[in-house]
Design a binder for this molecule. Sequence first.
Ligand SMILES: Cc1cc2nc3c(=O)[nH]c(=O)nc-3n(C[C@H](O)[C@H](O)[C@H](O)COP(=O)(O)O)c2cc1C
Length: 325
Amino acid sequence: MIRWIEAADEKSRISREILEALPEWFEVEESRERYIAESAGWPFWAYVDEKGRSGGFLCLKETGKETMELAVMGVRKECHRRGIGRRLFAAAKDYAVQKGYAFIQVKTVRAGVYADYDITNDFYKSLGFKELEVLPDYWDEANPCQIYVMSLKSAVNTIATRHSYRGAFLQEAVPEEDLITIARAGIDAPSGCNLQTTDLIVVNDPEVLAQVKTQIDPPVAATAPAMIVVLTRRINAYRDKCFAIQDYSAAIENMLLAIVELGYQSCWYEGHITDDDRICDKIAAVLNVPEEYDVVCVLPVGKAAEDYHAPSKKSFSERVRFNRW
Ligand SMILES: Cc1cc2nc3c(=O)[nH]c(=O)nc-3n(C[C@H](O)[C@H](O)[C@H](O)COP(=O)(O)O)c2cc1C
């Protein structure tokens, strides 16, 4: 039986039961009891293979207000190249992003310390870590410690950690400066012939928000403390070429990324509101949208109150080719 253990939630963080699933690795620890005591409260992810043996594990630890450290990470050598380390790290990274951390760092371990649970520096680099510094005397001279760091606020990382969020939101108002940053990211997007066919209405007044939500039936984003309503003007960029859809799609993706980078969650709600029941037109009426504009999408903005998971996507090689098909 393969088990993925995710212990990032408050109730079930690293526990004796989880440690028991990882007997071999903990043999190298001088004191298991001490380790259990020290690591209580650290978020933890593990993979247990068909025979009930640990295949990989990862544990995060807060090392500062902005930084989480990969306190321990190992993947059994025979389990390498199966995506286990990447999956463990993706879960841990999502967790750190959701908690609003700016960096993850890792101090690389001495070769051989974790017996057959090995992770190479190249693997950290392939995840996107950058070499920061070498601490020659950290363990001993022969095995200098290398610090790798990953900024969670880089565009590439934000892209990799964005997922559609459809759960409940915390009932915390989103500061206006954050909504401005998000809207600015939207209107900074490219547009065909620079016609800038996308306009936005930021809805954060509780009364107006309630009126908008009343139109969305069946309801989605019912607990969102703010919403951005996306409008488009379907005019031609040149001859009969209208790029309005491309324009607002670029604006929406920019805003989704800004939302995630600022620690909020969202979902691109377009199908739901532009369907036959034309929720979009009802929202337009509530917001006094001029006739020449169409409402095409709503983006809720708020802090997630529930956990969420990335949907499965096709593999890289199924969708990307180099040079020729
Ligand atoms: C044009 C477009 C319309 C969408 N409309 C909806 C929608 O009406 N309701 C919804 O729940 N998700 C909607 N989504 C979100 C997709 O379902 C989601 O992006 C997809 O399942 C992939 O998941 P991910 O965003 O987590 O990568 C829409 C996405 C796009 C690009």
